[in-house]
Design a protein around this ligand. Structure first.
Ligand code: NAD
Ligand code: MG
Length: 388
């Protein structure tokens, strides 16, 4: 029986995780659950999963949750804030930690899990984008096991030889082919992009996800963040990662070897597959996902991405090439821009413009401490908010 903390349990990945866990009560016990402000959501989860601890990011919500739990006769302990999140990420009863908070807000809790040497199921890609170098270093120092949940990285992990950490050259890998659906606007005439609404941007053709990552998929910043994420997870350079548009989202990514072999992982677009994979690894368990029906899918298409349509992808490649604090700034500016777009304070095409302006304003510096990176994150947010 493995104890599991789910950070961000009320979100899209959190709900899918609890769905998989419910199918295997003999394997996993939920020891902690966390949410930002969704008291009703976390209350319901506490009553069904009976964790030891629940954490709300803000104190008012935590007080409300504690009151409602008491009214329901529950003795779940309630904590709040980053300290609470860090505590449940590192608690001794948690063997595994699902890191599924969205954005840089998930970094410190995920880092706490890493420093406590947990198996970290990493959905929160922004944590690696902001501090990949320090994150991977800490994982090695504390013998934390990082298993990727992002479907592409989980696919790459499945297609890699077991000893890939020796270095991709050593194990005969030539490149990583990162697939991308191209989101809802892949074929929309360019003039139309100016006027798209948050609702259109969040209506992803294949995946049902949280609103921030849905907008990132529409701008393809999501793929940019994933290129950076892959560089850290697989110890590789951005030149060895090729983005391939594949509108059906059936091949979740591929690995090309020196002998010409290309290995791919396929499946229906449902995050319960990578979640179940990482929970059970190296075993395999039922995820509840429908079987892939190749006759129904019938065809798989591939295209090169259009960097004029998707400037965010170019900006992400440039940021990872620049290195140091540049990916941190890219991520922070993007979080501000996406939030502003979702609140109709910024047009869709304003997202890459704001990110580029912020990158130009805050010059890249070496990233040698978490304090420095968090400070750059703050500065980039302040600049981007003002530039809005
Ligand atoms: P979501 O918005 O649906 O859920 C986010 C969760 O984090 C919620 O539980 C929310 O309460 C919590 N949260 C939000 N802000 C917080 C804060 N400031 N402090 C503490 N908790 C906070 O997001 P999601 O789609 O589940 O995505 C979660 C992460 O997984 C993201 O990093 C995303 O990029 C990644 N991811 C998601 C998918 C997907 O299919 N949804 C796929 C790949 C990767
Ligand atoms: Mg992905």
């Amino acid at each position: 029986m493995k104890g599991l903390t789910v950070l961000g349990s009320t979100g899209s990945i959190g709900l899918s995780t609890l769905d998989v866990v419910t199918r295997h009560p003999e394997r996993y016990r939920v020891v902690a659950l966390t949410a930002n402000r969704d008291v009703d959501g976390l209350l319901g989860q506490c009553l069904s999963f009976k964790p030891q601890i629940a954490v709300m990011a803000d104190a008012t919500s935590a007080a409300e949750l504690a009151k409602r739990l008491a009214e329901n006769g529950s003795d779940v302990e309630v904590l709040s804030g980053v300290a609470g999140l860090e505590q449940v990420a590192a608690m001794p009863e948690a063997d595994y930690v699902m890191a599924a908070i969205v954005g840089a807000a998930g970094l410190l809790p995920a880092m706490a899990a890493v420093r406590a040497g947990k198996r970290v199921l990493l959905a929160n890609k922004e944590a690696l984008v902001v501090s990949g170098h320090l994150f991977m270093e800490a994982a090695e120092a504390h013998e934390a096991e990082i298993l990727p949940i992002d479907s592409e990285h989980n696919a790459v992990f499945q297609c890699m030889p077991a000893d890939f950490r020796r270095g991709l050259e050593q194990v005969g890998v030539r490149k990583i082919l990162l697939t991308a659906s191209g989101g809802p606007f892949r074929t929309m005439p360019l003039e139309g992009l100016k006027a798209v609404t948050p609702e259109q941007a969040c209506a992803h053709p294949n995946w049902d996800m949280g609103r921030k990552i849905s907008v990132d998929s529409a701008t393809m910043m999501n793929k940019g963040l994933e290129v950076i994420e892959a560089c850290w997870l697989f110890h590789t350079s951005p030149q060895q990662i090729q983005v391939v548009l594949h509108p059906q989202s059936v091949i979740h990514s591929m690995v090309e070897y020196n002998d010409g072999s290309v290995l791919a992982q396929l499946g229906n677009p449902d995050m319960r597959t990578p979640i179940a994979h990482a929970l059970a690894w190296p075993e395999r368990i039922d995820s509840g996902v429908d079987r892939l029906d190749l006759f129904q899918i019938a065809r798989l298409d591939f295209e090169a991405p259009d960097l004029e349509r998707f400037p965010c992808l170019r900006l992400a490649y440039e940021a990872v090439e620049a290195g140091g604090t540049a990916p941190t700034v890219l991520n922070a500016a993007n979080e501000v821009a996406v939030q502003a777009f979702l609140e109709s304070r910024l047009g869709f095409l304003g997202i890459p413009t704001l990110v580029e302006r912020t990158l130009n304003a805050l010059e890249a510096r070496p990233a040698d401490s978490l304090e420095l990176l968090l400070d750059q994150d703050r500065q980039a947010r302040v600049f981007a908010e003002q530039a809005l």
